[in-house]
Design a protein around this ligand. Sequence first.
Ligand code: SF4
Ligand code: SF4
Length: 83
Amino acid sequence: MNPPGVAHSKVEVHHGRCISCAGCVGVCPVDTITLRELSLTIEQDPCISCGLCIQMCPVGALTPGPAYGSAPTAKANRVLVVS
Ligand code: SF4
Ligand code: SF4
């Protein structure tokens, strides 16, 4: 479930398509996606708009929202380092 204020969402979840495979949860570099009791939630503030979850989703259940590309507004839990 997206939090209220879809205008601020970076990644939108289309729950009707989601098959709860958890693939997006595993790739998010800031751990802002949770899957609990087959319901997916994306905490939008820490999202860095990397797009990995959107690419990972096998059923097109994640799409960029209006705020995709805007800066994260909360401290990331984890930093992805690419060498
Ligand atoms: S776009 Fe990147 S940072 Fe944002 S929720 Fe998806 S995987 Fe996480
Ligand atoms: S990758 Fe797609 S189908 Fe799998 S849990 Fe995430 S949103 Fe649902």
